[in-house]
Design a protein around this ligand. Structure first.
Ligand code: GDP
Length: 453
């Protein structure tokens, strides 16, 4: 394989910038552009050794740098690697890269270092995907979940099921191929039990997918309510700073203001919305239509009511919008004299929370209510979880094949037919981990990576 190079640090000025070179000729390429202060060639260095020196191009020295040598197979890619840490300017890192490219390295494609790590057997596909997830993580939960996957939580689980099924398939095949031989027969009950246990484990993973997505990616949330109930104030309370304009003139929040806030363990992608009242004002009307669309799209609705006023027709329209949705009735302004008929709210919502957005009270109750509603209470990011649609699709395919096998067994179909189902399940699981993934699947995955990773 060719020797590749790329800037591995972010495309912004920083203290240090790293140019990574990987491949058979990584060390000779680095030696051509790097002169150590001690005069020792990198070629002489063992793995995990560093040298301080200067980087040069054909025009002269560019920068001071540290060259860190990794020797195959003990490197990220499994190949010889040199990482040159220079100063983190945009121009200087580009110049160092250019020097490497004019001295025998080729420009790395997006994700090519990680792809090589995969092709060299350093990591499986779930771990490769976790690398991207760690880089892209925007919350502690998503970082933790990605880290656990990088540590092998998903791979270990899937691989265990795959090995279990392979053992089962092997004994079934022997029984089918040599029916006259004295092979320990496995009873139908035993076979069914084994298939069902693998099926159950896969079902559990699939069932946790949506909750996992909510915990790691956050949830689209709409705050709705008639004008002046305190939607903007609630949003400000959640986000901790003034984002939308709070005023006591009805209908001032005309547009949708987007914001992501953390409510306990969950990221809410919030949209503050124009008041949901009928209006002739055309500008406001656009906002109102958007609110309805937004409500339809949202996974979670916080429906705000004013406890200091009686419910009216506009509030009843909110009941309608919330029907059949994940909605929490948030009764605001509890610091004022109560006038609202709570019974009507209780008849329309399963989840009701009392707050005073102005006084910052009731947030803990809101958090607990949302967690209960979304099923994220006690979600454990350290256990194996499916992290993306690709992994989910593979897992579903495997699970469905096992369900078919179990059904076939109960209906008394032949064992070789059951073995076909088991083989399909094994293949789907091996595609998930990458043990058997096709070139196009692999290329698809790594094309989504950034250059330098
Ligand atoms: P929106 O139209 O629903 O977004 O309502 P706003 O957030 O703009 O609030 C309308 C008015 O209600 C403002 O004067 C707020 O200061 C006031 N308000 C909001 N929350 C509370 C609360 O918890 N208690 C009291 N007393 N006033 C509040």
């Amino acid at each position: 394989m060719s020797t590749i190079a790329a800037i591995s640090t972010g495309q912004a000025a920083g203290g240090i910038g790293i140019v990574r070179i990987s491949g058979e000729n990584a060390v000779p390429v680095a030696d051509r552009i790097f002169e150590s202060v001690s005069g020792v060639k990198l070629e002489k260095l063992k793995g995990y050794r560093a040298a301080f020196g200067k980087v040069k191009s054909e025009k002269g020295f560019i920068d001071e740098a540290v060259a860190l040598v990794f020797r195959a197979p003990k490197s990220y890619t499994g190949e010889d690697v040199v990482e040159i840490s220079c100063h983190g300017g945009l121009l200087v890192t580009k110049q160092v890269l250019r020097a490497a490219l004019s001295n025998g390295a080729e420009a790395a494609a997006p994700g090519e270092f990680t792809k090589r790590a995969f092709l060299n057997g350093k990591i499986d596909l779930t771990r490769a995907e976790a690398v991207m997830d760690i880089i892209g993580a925007k919350s502690e939960q998503s970082e933790q979940a990605a880290f656990q996957t990088l540590e092998g939580s998903l791979f270990n689980k899937i691989n265990k099921i795959s090995l279990f099924l392979k053992g089962l398939a092997a004994s079934l095949a022997a029984w089918v191929d040599y029916p006259d031989e004295e092979i320990d027969d496995i009873s139908d009950e035993e076979l069914l039990e084994k298939i069902e246990s693998a099926d159950g484990e896969l079902r559990e993973l699939i069932a946790g997918f949506d909750t996992g997505r909510i915990v790691t990616q956050g949830v689209e949330t709409a705050i709705i309510g008639r004008p002046n109930v305190g939607k903007s104030t609630l949003m400000n309370m959640l986000s901790g700073y003034e984002k939308s304009i709070v005023t006591s003139v009805a209908g001032t929040t005309r547009d949708i203001v987007e914001e992501s806030v953390s409510l306990g363990g969950i990221i809410l992608h919030l949209a503050d919305t124009a008041g949901l009242h009928e209006t002739d004002d055309t500008v406001e009307k656009i906002g109102v239509d958007r609110t309805k669309k937004r409500t339809q799209r949202a996974t979670l609705i916080l429906a705000v009511f004013d406890s200091s006023e009686q419910l009216n027709e506009e509030d009843e329209k909110i009941f309608e919008l919330c029907r059949g949705k994940n909605a929490v009735a948030v009764i605001n302004k509890t610091d004022l004299e109560p006038k609202l008929n709570a019974e009507i709210i209780n008849n329309n919502f399963k989840n009701v929370v009392y707050i005073s957005a102005k006084n910052n009270s009731g947030i803990k109750e809101l958090e607990q209510s949302v967690e209960k509603l979304l099923g994220t209470e006690g979600f454990d990011t350290s256990s194996a979880m499916l992290n993306n649609e690709r992994q989910l699709a593979c897992c579903k395919q495997a699970q469905e094949s096992l369900a078919q096998a179990a059904e076939g067994l109960r209906a008394g179909i032949t064992r070789d037919a059951i073995n076909v189902n088991i083989d399909v399940a094994i293949e789907a699981l091996d595609t998930l981990t990458g043990e058997k993934a096709t070139e196009s699947v692999v290329n698809e995955i790594f094309s989504r990576f950034c250059v330098g990773k």
